[in-house]
Design a protein around this ligand. Sequence first.
Ligand code: ADP
Length: 623
Amino acid sequence: MRWLTATKSRIALGILLSASAGLGLFLGFTAFGRQINGYAYDFLFRLDQPKPWTPDAIVLALDEKTLTEYGGLRGMRVALADGLEYIAGAHPKAVAIDLILADEGEERSDARLETAFSKTPNLILPADLLPDRSGWEEPIQRFRKYAVQVGHVHADLDKYDSVSRALPLMKAAGKVRHWALAFEAFHVVHGGEIEESESDLRVGNFTVPAGIRDCFEASGCGAESWRTVRIRYIPQSMTMPQISVAELKHNPALASRFAGKVVFAGVTAQTAVRDRWMTPYSNGESLPGIEIHANAYETLSRGSFLTDVPLTAVLVTCLLLAAMAGLPYAWTAIWPANAMALLSVLASQAIPAIAFHYSIVWEYLPGTLTAVLAAVSAAAWRHIIDRRRLQNTEQERSRYQRAMQFVTHEMRTPLTAIQGSSELISRYATMPEAKRKQMAELINSESKRLAKMIETFLSVERLSAGQMEMKRERFSLPGVVERCVQRATPVAERKQIRIMQEEIPQVDLLGDVELMEYAIYNLLTNAVKYSPRETEVTVSCRQDRDRLQLSVRDQGIGMTKKEVSRIFEKFYRTKKAEETGELGTGIGLSIVEQIVTQHGGSIHVESEPGRGSEFTLELKRAL
Ligand code: ADP
């Protein structure tokens, strides 16, 4: 029984731990979970920064000073034209522009810009999504004709916290699709065709691991985005090289810094553009869109890609973390179990950090939640189990004490009789012979009763310790039943209970006849004890090949299912049984069960409160 409840509670622990893993995974991928994952990603991003290098990209900035010198936003096309002319001599590798050129401007400035474009090799112009995302704002033909490619400049921000973490390499609107500006720059520099496959993109000898379905949920990309890569922003110890048109105007020698570089030209003036976004480093300060493009270019050209861990790996890890945090509570002492739980929580923190170091993005929340939930629920489970165990031992102890009180009380009666009688015999030498004989008989019968009582209690201990020697001899079943009924009849008659004995088949059993008699007699006296006056107790036996079912049925107080499940425990008595006033120890049935099992049989009980009980011994007949 105890084994069964232990198994049941272990199954409960298993369910708790799996549920922790399930809940951890589920919550880890909800909107709230993704936001936390985003913060954890940014934290690791700041923690584990790559070593600085010399960037390939450089920003040609239209900054505040340029804006002032060229008369505000309206002068931007002229400023850009000037900038391009200054750097043309340095022969940059490619020039990507992030200034929307979808409308005609003033003729004079458009003409200036056209001339500048005509002198710029490897020019990439921008296209932006229309606000309703139905199409593109493409550069007008006048400029378009000088561009080798057109790239999109649409930033996809994280849906949950508007941080720019990833770049959608491809965007589609209407029937037209565009590669990202930074990717087009990469394409132009490396030449060749862009080859698309299910799992990646190839440009010349370079492979970009951006699968067709890679659209990180967290980056909030819409249905029109495919093939996303995370931008590995340059470390905080580095700055993206940046020279403004105004600076070039005052010091044209600075143009040499653009030699052999990939130029990203665009507005950086804080006052002029809304094209500024938060990045994992931001800490409240935004970065101009043009710098984000330059960073994306660096990611591509250095091949420093951050890839996602497969979901199955997260799932397996969550299960392992749950097992590590929770299972020790079922097997070891509290302190080692607590230590393992702590270790599991620490592991859940370390895994994303180690993975990040190897350029793998491991969602933070599922593992952490799983480890914490598993640890808390397993500790609570252990607490409940320990408390229940303590309650059980306390209950058992108090039942044992009550039984002991009864036993000592029972023993005192025969002892008093023996003491009294023996004293009388020794004191009165002239006692009549008949009286002396009567007293001697009383002493004899009372000491026998005492011996039997002691024998019973010793039997319990020896049987449960497995030390009881059981005889293995053949005996007849009807004989045993007959003797038991005879012995029980006087007890039954006191309550006017009739013991009905149906026909018992003439079969033999193999075992210990005295123990078997003890068992059957116990069932009979229980039936009598726990039945009201003037009822019937029936003994019957069914035979089925080599098996026998011997039943004792009464019309007594009965028991609930819960009570039935406990009556074979030592010292257990039901409340109703105690209320009847019948004396008992709660030991008898535990001995009966042991006797029957030692005979290779079993005992079953059917009972209903107020209607009666039927105890059935299932036994093997001797062949
Ligand atoms: P005891 O009779 O000395 O209390 P047992 O081990 O023989 O101890 O029985 C354990 C308990 O099972 C009883 O106290 C009683 O509550 C319950 N019980 C046993 N037999 C019956 C029965 N025939 N009808 C109702 N309750 C019973």
